[in-house]
Design a protein around this ligand. Structure first.
Ligand SMILES: [Zn+2]
Length: 246
């Protein structure tokens, strides 16, 4: 979901949260008359165990512990589906409002003029994925959503973050094709898993493995490294589906 820039160190929690609340007020005002986005309904979440079958090819040890990540029992870390179900509606509402409010300034990735992305992603994906340049990036008020355990994530610094089909980037990253590639991997993950499974898997991956080693991030970083270091073309959408066991 997020591309982290460790070089910049940790930002100020207070500043981030202040900016968030200002951002939220703005979005709530702008989104008042907007129509809801049907594919992330706050009521769509099912309390049934969410199965993220496997993360093939990432790490054997992680694959063995993935049952603890998907919330299907015997877990030593991560949220249960029941616990997640309480946080999902406000988080889904926040994402819905954020995307609605940013839609007027969003551009599609296909319009950005990158030469290599069309070799790795379908035309449809590049035409349907949006990019919003903004600083600070929109980060959910996790603490107020009962997700205080992820406050370190809020505190960190990031160059980009993706919600559903929209990539938010700091303006300094507008020409960074590698970062666009990384965030596009997350777009495919969101699409294949659906918002509820993506968010539960992402949250539990963060808690169980840490940001950089969390399965969904490791997948994005590994693919980005392959993209950056080689001209070998591969189908990212098929790769993500295979690694998710879908
Ligand atoms: Zn990422």
């Amino acid at each position: 979901m997020r591309r982290q820039c460790d070089r910049n160190g940790l930002g100020s929690m207070t500043a981030v949260l202040s900016a968030l609340f200002a951002f939220l007020v703005m979005h709530q005002t702008q989104a008042k008359n907007a129509s809801p986005v049907s594919w992330i309904s706050p009521t769509a979440f099912s309390p049934k165990p969410l199965k993220v079958a496997s993360y093939k090819g990432i790490d054997e040890n992680k694959a063995r512990t993935i049952n603890s990540v998907n919330g299907s029992g015997n877990q030593e870390c991560g949220m249960s589906p029941e616990e997640f179900a309480k946080s999902y509606p406000p988080l889904a509402a926040w994402i819905r409002n954020t995307l609605t409010a940013s839609a007027p300034v969003a551009q599609i990735v296909a319009s950005q003029g990158f030469s290599r992305l069309p070799l790795y992603f379908t035309e449809k994906t590049l035409a349907s994925t949006k990019v919003v340049l903004v600083d600070p990036l929109p980060i959910p008020p996790l603490t107020s959503m009962g997700l205080a355990r992820f406050k370190d994530f809020v505190r960190g610094n990031a160059d980009g973050i993706t919600y559903i089909d929209t990539i938010f980037l700091k303006p300094t990253q507008s020409n960074n094709e590698n970062l666009h590639f990384h965030e596009l991997v997350h777009v495919i993950q969101w699409r294949l898993l659906g918002p509820d499974r993506f968010l539960l898997s992402y949250a539990n991956g963060l808690e169980c493995f840490g940001y950089r080693q969390s399965p969904l991030e490791a997948m994005a970083y590994d693919a980005e490294a392959a993209f950056a270091s080689s001209r070998a073309i591969f189908d990212v959408e098929k790769m993500v589906a295979a690694k998710l066991g879908l």
